[in-house]
Structures are given as structure tokens and as C-alpha cells.
Design a protein around this ligand. Structure first.
Ligand code: C2O
Ligand code: CU
Ligand code: CU
Length: 470
């Protein structure tokens, strides 16, 4: 059996292309060559596993997550969004350094596509790696319904693996009869606390993944946290796995430490494991942040089928994407003070150009502020000429963690990230409560870009701003 023939055990997983290593581009009735149709619409998903209850969701091309999109670095990706929802939507290509007009941010880079409407996205991803796509209009509600999928940009020249498994992990809040808990969508309680935390985790839209591998195989796992707000902590058991990329960008491979792999909302980690299991043995990835452990993936070694008598010794490292290094001799220094939330000290902020006290803000759905402004401001946080280095110091003066995300660029975490973030390129950085994190990047992508918390209920209640590269 080779990697292209291999399917994960779960039918739900296989149906959307997540179990196969070959490019499963879901082109249905494509009108032109190379044009992928992506159609978000109401649908159903067996979130609890194949054969279990069908839950009404919103799905891209009928599957949750949406189809895995694969493109080779340097090749153009063309996607036609056909809006089958009853409300407007867009597609944002998270982590991809796209031209501004392709960024999919409703109200800033494009008008939201109305129900029944279409929009063509076309761009050539400059970086290889693990990325993803999701709406950027009413993001919290649309993602809570299941709209997201993985975008894989293949390296021109990557060391080979025997198997490549995308794993989209998402947190769902289900209510009675296993339906999506609609009543709490947009809840200010969630907005002012930790965001919409769920009660069910899915892996590729269904029950935990399971795959039979052969002893000696080299497996690449692409982990994505597509949750609205939950921070995942993943423990790797019985597998020698090294992290080879974070947020799509290669890192010097390292073994995850004691604390496991911490993945904030929107973050990704690529792992490479050489299966050193005895035939019939198993290795696991387990989510351990809560009281109850949640299995994410079990790899079981085939009882007789052996890929190699001993695992590969050759180290695995991905070629870098050649991002421009920040020049810290004379950067544009920006401070981003984050305030608000439950148990915070925010008493007033500017919203829609008007200064409001806290009670008015809450009435208007706002509870957080960046530098005293809640929600999108008329003026950019900063404007910078193309090519200049920006150094942003984010001061979290709230009692909550945040997953800070910058569009159009990847940044280097200079200080204050998780230990493994140090100097890594990321597009989303997780900040602890009361923490201070400094990042820097070369502002080389012209246009208007948002910077926001990827805990989507925080974004919806104020944690979003924008900057301009001229
Ligand atoms: Cu995942 Cu503003 O994006
Ligand atoms: Cu993004
Ligand atoms: Cu936040």
C-alpha cells in the first residue's frame, strides 16, 4: 500500500480529502481549467463520527472541514467563491502573504459577497507550508458553523515523507440533541471571557483520527487549531515526533517539551515522526488542556507490513521560505495596549469615532480596546512605507490570553512568546494574561491589513485594528 492509496479509517475524514495524501481538489462542475469552486452552504456533518447523528452545519462543498486545497509553491491558486449561504461571506487565506485585494477581509479589502454571489480569488502563494482558509465576515458565527479548511502549499523540494496527514482540530459547542448551540452565538459572556469554548472536539470534522502505518514509516502531521477560541495542548505519546514548522514556516526541528504542543486558535504545527513502533504497537496525540483527555490521533503499526526495518536516521528539515529579516536598527516602533474584558480595568473607549463609557460600549457589543479604540478605527494603527521594519510591542493588560494575528505578513517573535516561539516566524502569537510580546516584520506587502485577536469572540467585541503599508 502506498501513501496515495491510504485512507484514514473514518469515512467522514476520507470524504473531504483529509485522509489521502494525493491532491484531493474538490472540483465539481468546474467551468474553467484550474479553477476550484468553493461553495459554502448549509449542510450536515457527522461530527461525532461516521454513522452517528447528522448535525446541521455550514460547509464548504458539503464537507466539514472544507476540501484540502493543495497547490505547489510558485503555482497560481484560483478559487471561485460561490456563496450558497443566506448571508454574505468572503474567503480569507490565513497565513498566506497574498496581494491585498485577495485577503478577503470584508469592509477593508473587499465587499462581502452576498448570498448567491461569486468572487474570484487568484494568487500565487510565496511560501510553502501549512495554511488554511476561512470567512472574514461575521467570522465568529461562520466558523462556529464549520466554515474552514486547510490550504497546503507544497515545497518545490521537500525531503520526502511516506505519509502526509492534515489534522484540522476544532472545538464545537453543541446543545441538546447534539445540535449547534445557536442561542449562545454572539453571547457577550463569551465575548468578555475566554470566547466560545465548546464541549466537543472534532478531528477533520469527525471522531478522532486513526491510521494504520507501517513500522519505519516517516509521517508528516499537519496540525491546525480551527477552534473559535480554545487553546489546544497536545501531548505526543509513544512517537518520536519533531516540530518542523510553525504557522507554515519551517523551524529548526525540535522535540516538543514537557508542556506539550500549545496551539492557540489559528496556529499550526507541522510534525514529522519516524514510526519506531513494534508491529501492532500504537502511538497517540492527545489533547490534554481540560479535565478530560481527548484523543486526536492514533497511529497503529501494521502487524506484518513493515516500511523499513529501522526508522530513517537522516534528519528531516524543511527548506526555509526566505522571508526578509527585520532590520532592527531603525524600526517603526508601535505599542499596542490591550485592555478590557471581564475583570479588566477598561472604563471607556472610542467606538465608531465616539468616546463611550463602559456601559454604552457593552450595549453596543464592545468590551475590548486596542490603544483606547474598540473595533475598527477610521484611521490605521500605523502607516508605514513599504520595506520598512515595524516592531510591535503588545501589552496585554487584560486577565485573558489572546492569539494575536497579523495579516499579509509573518513576523518574528522577538520576546514574550511561548518558549518555542522565540525567533520563530509566526502569523499568530499566543499571549498570556498580563504578558508583553514583541514581534517584528518587514512591511513589504502594500495595502490595508488587519491585526486582531483570533479568539473570534474577542475580535467581534473589539479586538481588531488595521495598518497600512504604502
Ligand atoms: Cu485567520 Cu484575520 O484571520
Ligand atoms: Cu489571517
Ligand atoms: Cu483575545
Amino acid at each position: 500500500m502506498n501513501r496515495r492509496q491510504f485512507l484514514l479509517a473514518s469515512a467522514a475524514v476520507a470524504a473531504s480529502g483529509y485522509g489521502v495524501a494525493s491532491p484531493p481538489l474538490a472540483n465539481t462542475g468546474k467551468p474553467e481549467a484550474n479553477l476550484i469552486l468553493l461553495r459554502p452552504a448549509p449542510g450536515e456533518a457527522e461530527l461525532m463520527g461516521a454513522g452517528r447523528a447528522k448535525v446541521p452545519v455550514w460547509a464548504y462543498n458539503g464537507s466539514v472541514p472544507g476540501p484540502v486545497l493543495r497547490v505547489r509553491r510558485g503555482e497560481e491558486l484560483r478559487v471561485r467563491l460561490q456563496n450558497g449561504l443566506t448571508e454574505p461571506t468572503t474567503v480569507h487565506w490565513h497565513g498566506v502573504r497574498v496581494p491585498n485585494a485577495m485577503d478577503g477581509v470584508a469592509g477593508l479589502t473587499q465587499t462581502a459577497v452576498s448570498s448567491g454571489g461569486t468572487f474570484d480569488y487568484a494568487f500565487t502563494p510565496p511560501d510553502a507550508g501549512t495554511f488554511w482558509y476561512h470567512p472574514h465576515h461575521r467570522t465568529a458565527e461562520q466558523m462556529a458553523h464549520g466554515l474552514y479548511g486547510m490550504l497546503i502549499v507544497e515545497e518545490t523540494d521537500a525531503p520526502p515523507v511516506d505519509r502526509d496527514l492534515p489534522l484540522v482540530i476544532a472545538d464545537w459547542r453543541l446543545g441538546r440533541e447534539g445540535r449547534l448551540h445557536e442561542e449562545s452565538l454572539g453571547s457577550m459572556g463569551d465575548g468578555s471571557h475566554a470566547g466560545r469554548l465548546g464541549n466537543v472536539l472534532t478531528v477533520n470534522g469527525g471522531a478522532p483520527g486513526a491510521a494504520t502505518v507501517r513500522s519505519g514509516e516517516r509521517v508528516r502531521l499537519r496540525l491546525l487549531n480551527a477552534s473559535n477560541a480554545r487553546v489546544l495542548v497536545l501531548d505526543v505519546r509513544g512517537l518520536e515526533a519533531r516540530i518542523v514548522a510553525l504557522d507554515g514556516q519551517p523551524v529548526r526541528p525540535f522535540t516538543p517539551g514537557e508542556g506539550g504542543i500549545v496551539l492557540g486558535p489559528a496556529q499550526r504545527a507541522d510534525l514529522v515522526a519516524d514510526v519506531a513502533l513494534a508491529p501492532g504497537g500504537a502511538g497517540d496525540i492527545v489533547e490534554v488542556s481540560g479535565n478530560l483527555e481527548f484523543p486526536v490521533l492514533r497511529l497503529t503499526a501494521h502487524p506484518t507490513d513493515v516500511a523499513r526495518s529501522s526508522p530513517l536516521n537522516a534528519p528531516f528539515a524543511l527548506p526555509g521560505n526566505g522571508l526578509p529579516d527585520p532590520d532592527l536598527r531603525a524600526p517603526l516602533d508601535v505599542t499596542l495596549r490591550i485592555e478590557g474584558g471581564a475583570m479588566g480595568r477598561l472604563t471607556a473607549a472610542v467606538h465608531n469615532g465616539i468616546s463611550k463609557d463602559m456601559r454604552t460600549l457593552v450595549n453596543d457589543g464592545m468590551v475590548w480596546a486596542f490603544n483606547g479604540v474598540a473595533g475598527m478605527a477610521d484611521k490605521p494603527l500605523f502607516s508605514v512605507p513599504r520595506g520598512r521594519t515595524v516592531r510591535v510591542t503588545m501589552e496585554n493588560e487584560t486577565g485573558w490570553p489572546h492569539a494575536m494575528h497579523v495579516h499579509g505578513h509573518h513576523f518574528r517573535t522577538l520576546s514574550g512568546g511561548l518558549p518555542n516561539d522565540d525567533q520563530a516566524w509566526r502569523d499568530t502569537v499566543l499571549m498570556g494574561r498580563g504578558g508583553k510580546t514583541t514581534v517584528a516584520f518587514v512591511a513589504d506587502n502594500p495595502g490595508k491589513w488587519v491585526l486582531h485577536c483570533h479568539m473570534l469572540e474577542h475580535q467581534a467585541t473589539g479586538m481588531v485594528t488595521w495598518f497600512e503599508v504604502t
